[in-house]
Design a protein around this ligand. Structure first.
Ligand code: HEM
Length: 152
């Protein structure tokens, strides 16, 4: 693979990681406490629906780009030649993608439907499940970055 192609793949990989993981950090540690302190459920839950509509769409693109760019770089070196850290990154990246798509394709549509029906307690329960999934992915992201660095 030519160096410029590799640089483009790494650029795509890292900018996508920044968008996805940075967005999760912002949602969990900044928007969540602010929305919880200022808004009541009938305003807070629709705010999350509107925020996730865009964030999950951007993140879906980022997740696909991370997987494609990462797998191409990995295959280029060869699975048997690749450092252990890259194998760990592949495994954790795939687990993170599964967790993401459960949120995107299962929990988020449920949240939308419950908010449309003004079922605030049930919607709050689903939002809490999404929060747990995001917390899990943030921890996995930290582990993945440690794995990536350990391969240096
Ligand atoms: C299918 C999943 C993934 C695969 C196959 C994969 C593969 C790779 C490969 C092969 C590289 C090395 C590129 C090089 O230096 O030549 C890399 C770099 C990197 N990846 Fe991943 N990756 C995946 C997911 C992720 C995820 C989910 C994260 C973060 C949450 C991540 C973070 C990083 C970072 C920070 C680097 C830069 C490491 C460095 O330059 O030392 N990767 N990835």
């Amino acid at each position: 693979m030519s160096p410029i192609i590799h640089q483009i793949l790494l650029f795509t990989h890292l900018t996508s990681v920044i968008v996805w993981v940075g967005g999760m950090f912002f949602a969990y540690f900044c928007l969540r406490p602010a929305a919880g302190a200022i808004l009541n459920p009938p305003e807070r839950l629709p705010l999350w629906v509107a925020t996730f509509r865009l964030f999950l769409a951007y993140s879906a693109l980022a997740v696909v780009l991370i997987l494609i760019s990462g797998i191409i770089m990995l295959i280029n070196v060869g699975m048997s030649q690749a450092p252990t850290g890259w194998h760990i990154m592949l495994t954790l990246g795939l687990v993170m993608a599964v967790v993401f798509f459960i949120v995107y394709l299962v929990l988020y549509p449920r949240l939308v439907a419950l908010c449309a029906a003004s079922s605030w307690p049930a919607a709050a329960t689903v939002l809490n499940n999404i929060r747990r999934m995001v917390a899990l992915n943030l921890v996995l992201a930290l582990c993945t970055i440690v794995a990536a660095i350990s391969a240096r």
